[in-house]
Design a protein around this ligand. Structure first.
Ligand SMILES: NC(=O)c1ccc[n+]([C@@H]2O[C@H](COP(=O)([O-])OP(=O)(O)OC[C@H]3O[C@@H](n4cnc5c(N)ncnc54)[C@H](O)[C@@H]3O)[C@@H](O)[C@H]2O)c1
Length: 354
C-alpha cells in the first residue's frame, strides 16, 4: 500500500535523513550507518527490488521510520520528506536485465521519480545526495574515467542505454535545480558496488557468480570474459557518500566512487572459485544468449577516484576476496540459494567468516 508507515515514527532534535531506496542493497547499508551515527532516518521504498528483510537488523530501532511507497507518487514523497534535513536519493530501477526487459518502467522511475524527489527537497529546504552511476560514461573505455570525461552512449532506441540516459538526465536536473533554484545537491557516481544483500536476480555479476560457485554449478561468464571492471565494497562507499553529502564544497559537483583494482570477469570468476574452494567450472555464454541480439557491453570501466579522494579522503581498501567471502556468507545465511543449494567443498574454512 502506498504511503503506509511500516515501522513507527519518532521526533527529536537530531538530523533527520530521508533515504529513498533505503530497503535496497546500498540503501540498507547506508541506513545502518546513519542510524549508528545518530540520525533519525526515514526510508521510502516500494520494495520492488529491495526488501524489508534488508533492514531486519535495525527494524526495532525507534529512530527508523519506514514508508512503503513509490517516488512516482509526489504526495508520498512530500510526506516522507516532511521535517527532513537531507535526502540520500537511491531509489531507482536498477540492473541491466531489469532495464532491458522493462525500459518504460525504468524511464518513469528514474526520471519522473527523481524529479519528484528534487522538487520536494527544494520545497522542504532539504539537501540532496543524488546517487548516480558509472553507466553515464557508457562505452568510454578511457584508462581512468574522470568526472568530466565524455559520455559515449549507443543508439537511444536500444533499451540497454535507457538507464544511462535517465541517470544522465537526473544529474542534469540536479545541476539545473542547483543553479536556478538554489537546491543544495551533490552527486556520486557509483562503479560496480558489491557486498552482502546485493541480489543477482537483476543481472548483477558478482552475487550471480558467487551463487553459482556455492551450488557447484558452472559460472556463466558473458562474451569472452575479458571485459574488465573495478569492484568496490559497499562498506568503503557508504562513509564516503555521507562525507561528500556533508561537505559544502561538493555542492553542484559529481564524484566518482569506484574500486581501485581492474579485473576481467573471467579472472573474477576464477577468483571466486579459488576463494570459495568451489568445484565449479567456467562456461562462456554469448551475449545474444543472455540478452537480446545486438546487446552492447563495455569492454572496460576504470574510475579516476582522485576528486573524491581530494575532497573527503576516499580510498577503497576492502580486498575483493573479503567481499567474495562476505557475499557468500550472506547468500547462505539468507537462504537465497533455494532448495538446490549445495554445501561448499571448502565450507570449513569459509564458515569462519560468517
Ligand atoms: N550497486 C551498484 O553497483 C550501483 C552502481 C551504480 C549506481 N548504483 C545506484 O545506487 C542506487 C541503489 O542501487 P542498489 O544497487 O542498492 O539497487 P537496489 O535495487 O537494491 O536498490 C534500489 C532500491 O530502490 C527501490 N525502488 C525502486 N523503485 C522505486 C520506486 N519507484 N519508489 C521507491 N523505491 C523504489 C527498490 O525497492 C530498492 O530497494 C541506485 O540509484 C543505483 O542506480 C548502484
Amino acid at each position: 500500500m502506498s504511503g503506509v508507515p511500516v515501522f513507527p515514527s519518532t521526533a527529536g532534535g537530531r538530523t533527520r535523513t530521508l533515504v529513498t531506496g533505503g530497503a535496497g542493497f546500498v540503501g540498507s547499508h547506508l541506513v545502518e550507518h546513519l542510524l549508528a551515527a545518530g540520525d533519525d532516518v526515514v526510508v521510502l521504498d516500494d520494495l520492488s527490488t529491495g526488501s524489508a528483510r534488508n533492514l531486519a537488523g535495525v527494524a526495532d530501532n525507534p529512530r527508523l521510520e519506514m514508508i512503503h511507497g513509490s517516488i512516482l507518487n509526489s504526495k508520498t514523497v512530500a510526506q516522507a520528506m516532511h521535517s527532513c534535513d537531507r535526502v540520500f536519493h537511491l531509489a531507482a530501477a536498477v540492473g541491466v536485465k531489469l532495464i532491458v526487459e522493462q525500459p518504460l518502467r525504468g524511464l518513469r522511475i528514474n526520471i519522473h521519480g527523481t524529479e519528484n524527489v528534487l522538487t520536494a527537497a527544494i520545497e522542504h529546504k532539504a539537501s540532496v545526495l543524488l546517487v548516480s552511476t558509472s553507466e553515464v560514461y557508457g562505452k568510454n573505455t578511457a584508462d581512468r574515467l574522470r568526472e568530466d570525461s565524455d559520455r559515449v552512449l549507443g543508439d537511444p532506441l536500444l533499451s540497454r542505454w535507457t538507464y544511462a540516459g535517465a541517470k544522465g538526465i537526473d544529474e542534469a536536473f540536479a545541476k539545473a535545480y542547483c543553479d536556478q533554484e538554489g537546491l543544495d545537491v551533490a552527486i556520486v557516481r557509483l562503479f560496480n558496488t558489491v557486498g552482502p544483500r546485493q541480489t543477482g536476480r537483476y543481472g548483477m555479476v558478482l552475487p550471480n557468480l558467487v551463487g553459482q560457485a556455492l551450488r557447484g554449478h558452472p559460472l556463466t561468464v558473458f562474451g569472452d570474459g575479458l571485459q574488465t571492471r573495478c569492484f568496490s565494497a559497499v562498506e568503503d562507499i557508504v562513509p564516503a557518500m555521507v562525507r561528500i553529502e556533508r561537505d559544502p564544497r561538493a555542492r553542484g559537483q559529481a564524484y566518482n566512487l569506484g574500486g581501485a583494482r581492474e579485473i576481467s570477469i573471467l579472472d573474477l570468476a576464477r577468483e571466486i572459485i579459488a576463494t570459495l574452494d568451489s568445484r565449479s567450472e567456467i562456461e562462456l555464454v554469448p551475449y545474444e544468449q543472455a540478452y537480446a541480439a545486438g546487446f552492447e557491453d563495455m569492454r572496460r570501466r576504470v574510475p579516476d577516484n582522485t576528486k573524491a579522494h581530494d575532497l573527503v579522503g576516499y580510498e577503497p581498501t576492502t580486498p575483493l576476496t573479503t567481499t567474495i567471502m562476505r557475499v557468500a556468507a550472506d547468500l547462505l545465511s539468507r537462504e537465497r540459494l533455494g532448495s538446490d543449494a549445495m554445501p561448499l567443498a571448502g565450507a570449513g574454512s569459509f564458515r569462519g567468516v560468517v
